[in-house]
Design a binder for this molecule. Sequence first.
Ligand SMILES: Cc1cc2nc3c(=O)[nH]c(=O)nc-3n(C[C@H](O)[C@H](O)[C@H](O)COP(=O)(O)O)c2cc1C
Length: 269
Amino acid sequence: MIDNKTIQTMLARKSVRKYTGRVPDDEAVRTVVRAGQQAPFASQLYSVLLQRGGKAPFGAPLWFVICVDAHKLERFMELRDWKLVTNDLSLLLLGMQDAAYMAQNMVIAAESIGMGSCFLGEGSLSAGRIRALAKQYKLPPRVLPMVELVMGYPDEDFPPRPRYPLDFMLFEGEYPSLSDEQVRLAVDVMDEGYLAQDYYKHAKAKIALEDGRPDSYDYDSYSWTEHISRKWGQWMPDAADMLGALRERGFDLRPERDTAAEAGSHDDQ
Ligand SMILES: Cc1cc2nc3c(=O)[nH]c(=O)nc-3n(C[C@H](O)[C@H](O)[C@H](O)COP(=O)(O)O)c2cc1C
C-alpha cells in the first residue's frame, strides 16, 4: 500500500471513549470545523452545534451535533425570490451526505492534530433525542440533528478496529454472488479482530436478548457480528415515531405531501 502521513492518520483512527481533562483551545476547534467544511458538498446542507466543557459522554470536552440544514438554503433562496420545491426525501438524502462528509472531515482533522472523537447515533434511533436536541438548541424548522460527535484529547489507546477484507466490499465491474464461505470468512475476520482487543468485554457493551431467549455468549465469544445482529434483529421495527419527529423538524417524507407542495409551487407562478 502507498504510505504517507494522510493515509497513516486515516488508518490509525479509532473511536475514543475516554478523554483527558485538557480542553482544546479555540484555534483547534475552529481548525477542525473549517477543515470539515472543505468536504465536497451538494449544497452545504449542514450546520454544526457545539457545547463546550459540559457533561459530554465519555468525559469529552467538546460535544458537537451535526445537523442537516435546509433552513439556510431556503433563507438565501427567499432573498433571491425562489421557493424550494424539491421533495423532502431527496433533500434529506443529499443533506445527510453533505453533513456526513463534513463530519468525517472533522474527525480526520481532529485525528491529525492529536485529538480523538466518537460519533453518537442515538438521534437516528430515538425520536425523543431529536426532540430534545431541537428544544435545547432552539432549532428552526428544516434543521434536523443527524449525529452527535464528541471530541477531545484521548486518555486511552487501542489498535485500530478491524474492517471487512477489501475483497468483501470492493467489487469491480459487477456485484458478485457471495458464497456462504466468503461471508463466513468476513465474519471471522471481524469477530476475531474485535475479540483480540477484548472490545466488548472492555466496553461491557453486550446487548441483552429479548423475549427470554437464552444467551449462550459470554465476553470470550461475543463479538462484532453477534452484537450487530442483536441490534438490527431487535431494534426499531417501526418507523412511525421517527417519521413524526422528522415531520416536526420540517421534513415530511409522505409522497402525497410532495404532490401538494408541487401543485402549490405551480399556483405561485
Ligand atoms: C452513525 C454512527 C453512530 C455511532 N453511534 C455510536 C454510539 O452511539 N456510541 C458509541 O460508543 N459509538 C458509536 N459510533 C462509533 C462506532 O461504534 C465505531 O465507529 C465503530 O464501532 C467502528 O470502530 P472505530 O471507529 O473505532 O473504527 C457510531 C458511529 C457512527 C458512524
